[in-house]
Structures are given as C-alpha cells and as structure tokens.
Design a protein around this ligand. Sequence first.
Ligand SMILES: NC(=O)c1ccc[n+]([C@@H]2O[C@H](COP(=O)([O-])OP(=O)(O)OC[C@H]3O[C@@H](n4cnc5c(N)ncnc54)[C@H](OP(=O)(O)O)[C@@H]3O)[C@@H](O)[C@H]2O)c1
Length: 287
Amino acid sequence: MVTGATGTVGAELVRALSNRGVHVRAGVHSVIKGDRLRQFNPEVQLVELDFQRPETLGVALTGVDRVFLLVPLAETQVEDSKRFIDAAKAAGVKQVVKLSVMGAEAEPGIQLGRWHREAEQYLAQSGLPYVILRPNSFMQNFLTYQGASIRGQGRIYQPQGEGRASYIDAFDIAEVAAAILTADVARHHGRAYPLTGPEALSNNEVATIISQTTNHPVQYIDVPEEAARQGMQGAPQWMIDAIMELNALIRAGYTATITTDVQQLTGRPPRTMQEFVRVHRAEFLPA
Ligand SMILES: NC(=O)c1ccc[n+]([C@@H]2O[C@H](COP(=O)([O-])OP(=O)(O)OC[C@H]3O[C@@H](n4cnc5c(N)ncnc54)[C@H](OP(=O)(O)O)[C@@H]3O)[C@@H](O)[C@H]2O)c1
C-alpha cells in the first residue's frame, strides 16, 4: 500500500510499482482524487485512508504486506505517524518504508527534521521491519511552490542567497522506494538512505537551467526573510517558521551534500535538474 498516493512522491510510486507488475493499493485521502491514479494502472485498488481518522487505518491496512509511509506536513504528523505504525503492526504488515527528510538524524536539527526523527525512532522501536528514505528538497518544489511566480513573472523569490541544494526528482525517490519494496525484506532492514540528485545547485543556477531549457527567461531574486514570511501569509505560523529554518539551512550551505544512494539502489544515476525541467517543460511556461 502506498500512502499519500495522490501526492508528488506517492503518485510516482504508484506508477513505479505498477510498471513492475506489483499489485498496488493506494491509500487516498479522497477516492475521487485517487481515480486519476488509474492512468498508471487501471487495476489499482483505491482505499480511503485519513491519518487523522483512526477508524480508516485498520480497514485500509487489511491484507497489506508492505507499506510506503508518507505522512504530509502537519502539526500532528508525529502522532499521525505513530498511530499509523501501531495500526500497521496490528495488521501484521511485513515492511514499512518511511519517507523522512535529509538531515533528520542531525542534532538538534531543524523542526522539519525533528518531527521526522521522532517518527523514525518510533518505527525503529516498533519491531516492524523498516527502511528510512531521507531525500533532500524535491525538484518539484520549483513547480509546487515557485511555479506560479515562474510562469507569471519569470521570477523565483527565495531568501536563500547563493546557498546550494542537491535537489532530487520525486521520480528517483519513487524508483528507490519501488526497488526496496520489491526486494527481499531482510536486504534493507534497518537502513536509512540519504537521497539526493546528482548536482548541488543555487537558485541562480536553477533559474539559468529553466531559462535555457524552456526558452522562458527566469531570474532568481534573493529576498529578505521578512519578505518571504509576508509571501507565506495565510499559512499557519508553525509552517512559516519551519520553512524559514529550512531556508536558513540552505542559505548557509548545509544542503549541498551529494550521495550515491540513488545510483546504488536503482542501478542508474538520478535525474539532473535539466532532465527534470525538460520532462515538465510545459508546467514551467506561462498559460
Ligand atoms: N518537499 C520537499 O522538498 C521534501 C523534502 C524531503 C522530505 N519531504 C517530505 O515529503 C512529504 C511530503 O511528500 P509529498 O510532497 O509527496 O506530499 P504532497 O504532494 O503534499 O502529498 C500529500 C499526500 O498526502 C495526502 N494527505 C493529506 N492529508 C492527509 C490525511 N489527513 N490523511 C491521509 N492522506 C493525506 C494528500 O492527499 P489530498 O491531496 O487528497 O489531501 C496527498 O496525497 C513530507 O513528509 C515532507 O516532510 C519533502
């Protein structure tokens, strides 16, 4: 079962598992939204799963062998994760592959990492066979969070200076997860894999790649943190604070590490930013 199945990573994983002929159940927040997953696999089984409605967990987990656990960003994400892990154990699940974040193990780390670390530790102590995936920032963030300003104004606004990050395509995270979920359970048990793309890029470099690959000029504007906070107005304060901590980490150069785990686990190199932009070219262009 893939949780978060209609999201950025989850939908890619439904595709990747379906391509391998795996019988996939998609745990979806909304069955109507889940219907689009049938494009990857008309046989995909949709089941309602709401982390905050415990009564949905046992039903969703019935008969499930192996789980990809993706708990979305929420103030309740630690409790949501723990409740789900308990339910998975009660249902006799044989492996949980948990999506975490790069640097989750760092002490004291940032809030986004600490939440994942607590859930990782709970999973490790649960007695369930498990694997942790710790990806760096997704290339998809340039569409999810920056897409509107890239398309509308040809601008990326971030308070990240010249800080670099080894962005990873969610496609590669899904390929890693699919490889692990279809391998022998014992092979990866207890391992934590830091996952990155093949290069560490600044926003200026990403803007250049988008401009050259789409022929739509894009420029990076390094904004003060206060302006970035204003730009997130309407989002809850805890979320704004957590994202600003991450921005400071990128600015200070802590997110540029490059790992070889994608290559080792999938047998091929991770996608470059240029390949990512080429695949998603239309989504970067003005309507
Ligand atoms: N973005 C990054 O750069 C980055 C980097 C490293 C790690 N991460 C981690 O990646 C995860 C986010 O992954 P993503 O970007 O693929 O997520 P996403 O695109 O935001 O998708 C979240 C998924 O969870 C579902 N969902 C929302 N609320 C739910 C609930 N109460 N119960 C069950 N399902 C629910 C959503 O369904 P609906 O749309 O129907 O609500 C959607 O399918 C987070 O744990 C984050 O910490 C992110």
